[in-house]
Design a protein around this ligand. Structure first.
Ligand code: FAD
Length: 317
């Protein structure tokens, strides 16, 4: 079922989770163990992230270096299918521009359709680890809006091969990313919001936000989106904070601020167990406030290795 249908039919704020595919070489068992305690909360859907390949240079016996392509977390599409069939829950694979040609993207979408997956979250992806700025694959997409248009085309039965006659239409519900604290490359919030609007105008059905720790930023973002005519559901992305290192890693990686009330409490903590409790309390406070606020269709939790923290929070909601 589509994310938007879940939202349309909901009587209360829904819950959804986001997980990473297992590291290459690991089985799917650990992921099931991660999800098992969360399934009692009947998530409307589960997102599975996509991780592009990286290039590394490996020293050979003769002293020369060879370029090696490694993909640490393959399998997004099949993990989605596995989760969907094991738990009878809808899944949302993330699909990125980076590392994909348009033909590979089309093949991935065809596979998702065969697997019975109804949703995709379309993203640009970040720059490859060895590149300073995002570079599309030769014959690939530069922006999420370009990838989105390819999905919209396929939803209308338009495949890359123009002479493909009587082609089956796909029917993907399409999500896109939004940034309550601005995408780090955008020159200003207004420009970023206009690009977000162009994704919605091109056919995006809903928006999921980058994580934030200050609900006021989300409320302002939703207000600004509504003011420029974005009417689709906007789903807040929420993450538990659980160690002191995240005080610097999260702002650096995700270009977000942590409120001083939160950072002060974390700095007082003597151990990461204490930080986890502070993070859990903060997440609960954010979630309760969002639920109360209205115009919040789903609380989307980035579970990232801390399912018990998320479970403790959802239990209290
Ligand atoms: P875009 O919408 O393409 O925007 C990128 C930048 O370009 C922005 O600054 C925007 O303002 C600007 N822009 C957009 N359109 C245009 C245009 N036409 N002309 C000029 N500028 C333009 N990354 C992964 O690799 N895998 C994941 O699974 C993943 N999941 C994510 C989930 C969520 C909810 C979020 C918020 C992010 C996720 N990311 C993921 C990270 C994401 O790929 C990065 O934030 C990336 O840098 C931007 O992706 P986007 O889809 O927002 O890009």
């Amino acid at each position: 079922m589509k994310v938007t249908d879940h939202i349309a039919q909901a009587k209360d704020t829904l819950i959804s989770f986001e997980v990473l595919p297992p590291l290459k070489g690991k089985g799917i068992g650990a992921l099931y163990k991660h999800l098992d305690p969360l399934m009692e909360f009947k998530p409307a859907f589960i997102n599975v992230t996509y991780h592009r390949s990286e290039h590394i240079f490996k020293k050979k016996a003769d002293g020369n270096f060879e370029k090696v392509v490694i993909r640490k977390r393959p399998g997004t599409e099949s993990i989605c299918a596995a989760i969907m069939y094991k738990y009878n829950v809808d899944t949302v694979p993330h699909l990125i521009c980076g590392g994909f040609s348009v033909n590979e993207t089309e093949d991935a979408l065809i596979n998702l359709r065969y697997l019975g997956i109804d949703n995709v979250l379309v993203l640009r992806g970040d720059a490859a680890k060895n590149e300073s700025t995002f570079e599309p694959e030769p014959g690939g997409h530069r922006y999420a809006s370009d990838l989105l248009k390819q999905v919209v085309n396929l939803n209308s039965g338009v495949y890359l091969e123009e002479d493909l006659k009587s082609s089956q239409k796909t029917d993907f519900c399409i999500g896109v990313a939004g940034y309550p604290e601005k995408h780090f490359e955008a020159p200003n919030m207004e420009t970023d919001l206009q690009y977000l609007k162009s994704k919605v105008d091109a056919g995006a059905d809903y928006i999921v936000t980058q994580m934030f720790f200050d609900n006021e930023k989300y409320y302002q973002f939703v207000k600004d989106c509504r003011a420029i005519g974005i009417t689709v559901p906007i789903i807040p992305g929420l993450k538990p904070i659980y160690n002191k290192k995240q005080l610097t890693i999260l702002p650096k990686t995700f270009h977000i601020d942590l409120p001083s009330d939160l950072s002060k409490e974390i700095l007082k903590c003597k151990s990461d167990e204490d930080v986890e409790l502070v993070g859990q309390e903060w997440l609960l406070m954010q979630s309760k406030d969002l639920k109360k606020h209205g115009d919040v269709p789903v609380l989307h939790f980035y579970t990232l290795g801390k399912p018990h923290v998320v479970a403790n929070v959802v239990k209290e909601l």
